[in-house]
Write a protein that binds this ligand. Structure first.
Ligand SMILES: Nc1ncnc2c1ncn2[C@@H]1O[C@H](COP(=O)(O)OP(=O)(O)OP(=O)(O)O)[C@@H](O)[C@H]1O
Ligand SMILES: [Mg+2]
Length: 327
């Protein structure tokens, strides 16, 4: 099957006074139609940079030095800003990580939502208003008329998150990119937002690039998973083999940190150490200083590349974990 979105060798850095931050290093992944692909990794690993690269919304200090992003047969990195604007409205939508600050603070919610609709369809303001209200209601806001007359600062984080979801879903995108759509929300609202995303996939065969640092969200949502560490995809597999037979020591450690039904009293140990300095990334494997499987080869050779070890299961490691973490 042809991919809906394909990222190949994407390499992105940010210019800063401390040097170039190497946020993404030869990142590759592909998402099929009707599939939820989760990108999981620690804070600072490059997840939002990936989302913004696909959307064509990277800040000015970003440089894409290598790679390609194909949406259907459109080469996104070579598309004009008008083409990108059209795609962003009609085909690809983003739920920003920080919903409250992604909304315009000096405009009420109603006009912001109507603007999104009017910019990308030929309907009247009256119909756009009705569509906006329906969408807010669908997102679980019981009094959409009142919400539409309010400014973002007057609304809770959870309400802003629902509004961002409404904005992203109102034009029924083929591809939804959701950057930590549930972080900081209470569990009920988290479950509800994930339920809406699942509905989009089920009802419209849309695809979702879901960004999270939470393996619980991955388990609940993903068909496929890309584990990202210091701007490198270190493992890529379908969700079930990833959970049962994780191969990269980093993935294995993330899964160890999950609560266990069969051992509820187990102490959850956070992964020791910290991620590398993204300005001075080492030539060797970036996970080396934290790795319990490291051997001499890992210290002497350049970092390993993603290799297929089982059918559709890729890992970038010289000494992968072989037994399942559940064994
Ligand atoms: N505009 C910028 N200028 C300079 N450095 C940046 C910029 N945006 C991101 N970075 C750096 O790039 C790296 C990747 O950041 P990114 O926001 O993509 O991580 P993330 O995985 O989304 O983290 P989080 O889970 O905290 O949202 C980090 O080291 C970050 O500090
Ligand atoms: Mg982020």
């Amino acid at each position: 099957m042809a991919s809906l979105l394909r990222v190949d060798d994407l390499t992105v850095s940010f210019g800063t006074s401390a040097g170039r931050v190497k946020a993404l290093n030869n990142v590759s992944l592909s998402i099929e139609e009707g599939e939820v692909y989760c990108v999981v990794g620690e804070s600072g690993s490059g997840k939002s940079t990936l989302a913004l690269s696909v959307m064509g919304l990277l800040p000015h200090n970003a440089e894409i030095s290598d790679g390609r992003i194909m949406y259907k047969d459109i080469d996104l990195l070579r598309s004009s800003s008008e083409q990108m604007r059209d795609l962003r409205g009609q085909e690809i939508a983003l739920v920003f990580q920080d919903a409250q600050s992604a909304l315009n603070p000096i405009e009420c919610i109603g006009p912001q939502l109507e603007e999104v609709i009017l910019e990308h369809s030929d309907i009247s303001l009256r119909n756009a208003n009705k569509m906006a209200q329906d969408m807010l209601f669908e997102m679980g806001l019981p009094d959409p008329k009142r919400v539409m007359g309010q400014y973002p600062f007057a609304l809770s984080g959870g309400m802003c998150q629902r509004i961002m979801m409404a904005m992203a879903l109102v034009l029924r995108p083929k591809l939804l990119i959701a950057d930590e759509p549930t972080s900081g929300l209470d569990v009920t609202l988290q479950a509800e937002i994930l339920h809406r995303i699942r509905n989009l996939v089920k009802e419209q065969n849309s695809s979702v690039l879901l960004i999270t640092h939470d393996m619980g969200v991955v388990a609940a949502m993903a068909k496929k998973v890309g584990v990202i560490y210091a701007g490198n995809v270190v493992e890529d597999a379908d969700v079930v083999p990833l959970f049962h037979r994780s191969q990269h020591p980093y993935t294995w450690s993330l899964l160890q940190a999950l609560p266990r039904m069969d051992d509820p009293g187990k102490r959850i140990e956070p992964l020791p150490g910290s991620p590398p300095d993204m300005v001075h990334l080492p030539m060797e494997c970036p996970f080396l200083p934290r790795c319990f499987k490291a051997q001499s080869r890992c210290r002497t050779e350049v970092k390993p590349t993603l290799t297929e070890t089982e059918d559709k299961h890729f890992v970038a490691c010289y000494n992968p974990v072989v037994s399942g973490w559940n064994d």
